[in-house]
Write a protein that binds this ligand. Structure first.
Ligand code: HEC
Length: 118
């Protein structure tokens, strides 16, 4: 009886531990989407393809986050630095909290993996 109790507790702890990272990143991507839709989508487009309504008037066009070469060529840290500082015509977003930055980067990564066509 005692053994069964310990076994269950340990299984539960490991089970939860294994689930949590995925749950956390799904939640982060959701939070990132809110920020992205509000502050970034006008230029970068709802799906991150770089074709938002405000992009039409820009000389330098935003690249597509859906491009796997782009995704492979940048680290999360370099994305965060870029977003904080900006690069004309993109404004810097120094006002984002570290948590918001992480969330928006998580969402940009998700945009790079569009659901597979069935
Ligand atoms: C006013 C339009 C505009 C807005 C708003 C905007 N961007 Fe951009 N963004 C651009 C343009 C244009 C570029 C390309 C700059 C270049 O390569 O010279 C760019 C580039 C980027 C890049 C870098 C891609 C690379 O080449 O490495 C990232 C990442 C990025 N934007 C994220 C964001 C995020 C996140 C937000 C919202 C918090 C945002 N942008 C808001 C216009 C915008």
């Amino acid at each position: 009886m005692k053994h069964a109790f310990w076994f269950c507790s340990i299984a539960l702890i490991f089970g939860l531990g294994a689930l949590r990272p995925q749950a956390a990143s799904a939640q982060q991507a959701d939070e990132g989407k809110v920020t992205f839709d509000k502050m970034c989508a006008a230029c970068h487009g709802k799906t991150g393809a770089g074709n938002g309504p405000a992009a039409a008037g820009l000389k330098t066009k935003p690249i597509s986050f859906r491009d796997s070469k782009f995704q492979a060529g940048v680290t999360d840290d370099s994305l965060k630095t870029f977003i904080t500082k900006g690069k004309p015509p993109m404004p810097g977003f120094a006002k984002l909290t570290p948590a918001q930055l992480t969330a928006v980067v998580t969402y940009i990564r998700q945009l790079g993996q569009p659901p597979k066509k069935s």
